[in-house]
Design a protein around this ligand. Structure first.
Ligand SMILES: [Zn+2]
Length: 570
């Protein structure tokens, strides 16, 4: 029969379990748990900042089948070391949940790296030398396409076609600025596009002109498409290569999850391929670009694409709306006019009522709203639209987010918490670089400029703050943004006075922005964003504990290892 034996064994096991329960307080941190399952991987001897709700610290993490099975002291986790367990000795290094970059362009940025990239070139000489070299390497008559020049290198942020003609006159050339809101073109590109003094500014764009009205070589916002539409399209192979470059960069910087900030249908298709073929080495939410002209009629197709794309590492249930432009180009929408420009308050790319209708349509389809909103007027009408969508649909868990939020006065800061909207900040921009001193403060005046990138006030007001790089606009390195969030000084520039010191953030707030808050924004806070038993083992190991590093040295700390589901990504 065998039953008595069964009973005995069961009774013994129950007794043993009772013993463990009784002794729990005494020995959990000392004695190994004999029931512990051997882990695939144990990281031990580290300084683990868990980002769980009590913000606990631990020494060791055990991982099995891609998930965390134990977090605690070295002694606690030791029970999970079996014969086949790989052990990583951390030697006091810091472990954090993998970074979440909540606004980044890995695919387009990766494509740019394969073109003529001017990124990081600090002098006009270096820029022109690089452009000349790029042109020389191309077949005859091919378009020279590039990106990454700094507007601040040119008087008034207005590069001229003649300057480009001097280096490239035998072929059309077009370069986009680091912020992606201006294009610099040569005369041949203007000629091919048929852009002359008689060409009117398109809606939502501006053709910069000389005294005679002749296009001078800079095209803002939608005007860039006048030339851009003549450039040979990016091929599928170029998109795939671009995404691979972007993913590799993210892995090296400790980023395991990100929000693709703007993708068209073809770009979303590349992400879907990567997911299907098993090389999407990060957890991605794709924000599908939705133009004002398309309106709410485009929402059902967007929802269908989101359903098609959904998988373990990919989702696309997010829509990206550009509500305005940028202050340095004079295209951000302000409540009060730009200084010295008459009644010019910039331009909203959506009528407020149309934006509200679109927000309602998105909420009905359970699509997340991801807005580019820079000027105070753009921010205000976006929050109005979010409020309208909440009221119309009752969807209070929509988790909308506003990215950049550069000129953000107290009246709007106060609304984020109540509307459940996240503040998607690019903290790396919050210091006095030439964009601020030469192109922003003169356009706003000193009073309004107090409310540039008010991250401290957003935190104090209870807003959910998430961090994004906006790469390839600026560096993808989260540690640079975290440093500037604390110092409001140029990264790596050493100690000294902060720019608008009231708006500095704490390290714990910046780390939350790049981990658990980012996971929340991707609706994945139950799966990742903190180091807790049961969550995915997406981790980053840093060479030093950031809490022991002077704030102005944080950007120098190196990423030692990046793990995705317990496997080395870097
Ligand atoms: Zn962006």
């Amino acid at each position: 029969m065998g039953e008595p034996g069964e009973t005995v064994r069961r009774a013994t096991r129950l007794a043993a379990a009772a013993l463990f329960v009784a002794g729990v307080g005494a020995f959990v941190s000392a004695a190994p748990d004999p029931a512990a399952v051997p882990a695939d991987l144990v990281l031990r001897g580290g300084q683990v900042y868990t980002l769980d709700a009590p913000r606990r610290w631990a020494e060791s993490i055990a991982i099995r089948n891609g998930r965390i099975v134990s977090v605690g002291s070295d002694a606690e986790v030791a029970a999970h070391v079996g014969a086949g367990t790989r052990i990583v000795e951390l030697a006091g290094r810091m472990v954090l949940p993998g970074f979440h970059d909540s606004h980044v362009h890995p695919l387009a940025g990766g494509v740019e790296l394969g073109q003529c990239s001017l990124s990081g070139l600090a002098t006009p000489e270096a820029v022109f030398a690089k452009i000349g070299a790029c042109a020389a390497a191309l077949p005859a008559a091919a378009w020279l396409v590039g990106s990454g020049f700094e507007l601040t290198m040119f008087p008034g942020g207005n590069p001229r076609r003649e300057d480009l003609d001097r280096v490239v006159s035998d072929r059309p050339a077009v370069f986009s600025s680091t912020d992606g809101h201006s294009s610099w073109v040569n005369s041949q590109a203007l000629a091919i596009a048929g852009v002359t003094r008689d060409t009117p500014d398109p809606p939502g764009g501006r053709i910069e002109r000389d005294e005679t009205g002749t296009p001078s070589g800079t095209l803002r916002e939608s005007a860039a498409a006048l030339v851009g539409s003549h450039v040979p399209p990016i091929t599928p192979a170029e998109r795939r290569a671009g995404l691979r470059r972007g993913l590799e960069m993210a892995a090296r910087l400790g980023i395991t999850s990100f929000i693709e900030a703007s993708a068209d249908e073809a770009e979303l298709g590349t992400y879907e391929e990567a997911a299907r073929e098993g090389w999407l080495g990060a957890r991605v939410t794709v924000s599908q670009r939705l133009d004002a002209a398309a309106g709410e009629g485009a929402v059902p197709a967007l929802a269908a694409r989101a359903r098609r794309a959904a998988g373990p590492r990919l989702r696309a249930d997010s829509a990206k709306l550009f509500v305005d432009g940028v202050i340095e180009g004079g295209t951000a929408a302000l409540d009060e006019p730009y200084a010295g420009r008459g009644e010019d308050r910039g331009e909203l790319l959506f009528e407020p009522a149309a934006l509200a209708r679109l927000a309602v349509a998105l909420a009905r389809e359970r699509l997340q709203l991801h807005a580019h909103a820079i000027g105070d007027r753009a921010i205000r009408v976006t929050l109005d639209a979010i409020e309208a969508a909440r009221a119309a649909t009752g969807w209070t868990d929509a988790r909308p987010h506003l990215a950049h939020i550069q000129l953000l006065p107290p009246a709007q800061i106060a609304r984020f918490r109540g509307l459940g909207a996240a503040a998607n900040v690019q903290a790396l921009w919050a210091y006095e670089d030439p964009f601020i001193t030469d192109l922003t403060v003169p356009r706003l005046g000193a009073d309004r400029s107090r409310w540039l990138y008010p991250i401290g006030s957003l935190l104090a007001g209870g807003a959910v703050v998430v961090g994004g790089s906006d790469w390839s606009v600026t560096s993808m390195n989260p540690l640079q943004a975290i440093e500037v969030g604390l110092t409001r000084r140029a990264p790596g520039s050493g100690p000294g006075p902060a720019w608008i010191p009231e708006e500095r953030a704490t390290l714990s707030a910046m780390l939350a922005a790049y981990t658990i808050n980012g996971a929340w924004l991707q609706r994945a806070e139950a799966e990742r964003g903190s180091i807790e038993v049961g969550k995915l083992a997406d981790l980053v190991v840093l060479e030093r504990n950031l809490f022991d590093v002077p704030p102005h040295e944080i950007s120098r700390v190196k990423v030692v290892k990046t793990l995705l589901e317990g496997k080395d990504r870097f």
